[in-house]
Design a binder for this molecule. Structure first.
Ligand code: ADP
Length: 228
């Protein structure tokens, strides 16, 4: 599903250049559950941002579903993101002025579904996350755990094949954090490819594969022993 070859990302700030990712070779297959770990600043968020087409690499190749991403227009990239990729962020990224159902519907707004079908998808996603009774609330009226569930509902409303989560439990207490990880694991079990950045060894252990970065390189790429 994702193939990276010699993928490099450098940031230039004034005279200083930072190599956030240094010639990464990586392949992630459809249906995998991958945890990305490593110390702060090692390139985890940058890697997730490239996979999610939020940012462009400096050099190297990135293929999504067999198609090279380099050279695609912003419009094409936005369409791939909308149809194929769901994002969950540490900071939820909900719009406070909108209700819960309006927030979830945002994910479908520029797609091809008629509004009636959009509403059906929103209702399904909220039901799936146990939030139907909160549909008319605003994010500010909900707990952190509930807000992250709204963000997950938004991420899955378009039924994306790829779910990317950047420290999804970073702002949650441990009970809500476990709940969010359980939901993400379930979505993976139902078929979504899941890549999550985490600081938690416990959460990383839930994944079937753990990629540890150091200084913009892959230090360890370990598959859980599925036979045991
Ligand atoms: P992590 O997610 O592992 O903490 P990041 O991917 O955020 O690491 O960052 C990797 C490196 O790239 C760090 O040295 C960071 O300071 C640098 N970096 C990330 N984003 C930017 C940016 N927008 N501009 C300049 N440097 C950046």
């Amino acid at each position: 599903m994702i193939e990276m070859q010699q993928l490099t990302k450098r940031y230039r700030g004034g005279d200083v250049e930072t190599t956030a990712l240094n010639s990464i070779d990586l392949q992630i297959d459809a249906g995998e559950y991958v945890a990305i770990t490593g110390p702060s600043g090692c390139g985890k968020s940058t890697l997730l941002g490239l996979m999610g087409l939020l940012d462009a690499p400096t050099s190297g190749s990135l293929r999504l579903d067999g198609h090279e991403v380099a050279g695609k227009s912003q419009r094409e990239l936005a369409a791939i993101r909308r149809d194929r990729i769901g994002f969950v962020f540490q900071s939820f990224n909900l719009v406070d002025d909108l209700t819960v159902e309006q927030n979830v519907q945002l994910a479908l707004r520029y797609g091809s579904l008629p509004v009636s079908k959009q509403k059906l998808r929103v209702a399904e996603a909220l039901e799936r996350l146990g939030l139907s009774h909160r549909a008319r609330h605003h994010p500010g009226q909900l707990s952190g755990g509930q807000q992250q569930r709204v963000a997950i509902a938004r991420a899955i409303a378009a039924r994306p094949a790829l779910l990317l989560a950047d420290e999804p439990t970073g702002n949650l207490d441990s009970a809500h954090g476990h709940e969010v990880m359980r939901l993400l694991s379930e979505l993976n079990a139902e078929g979504a490819t899941l890549v999550t950045v985490t600081h938690s060894a416990e959460h990383a252990a839930l994944a079937s594969r753990c990629i540890r970065l150091l200084d913009g390189r892959v230090l360890v790429d370990a598959h859980a022993d599925l036979a045991s």
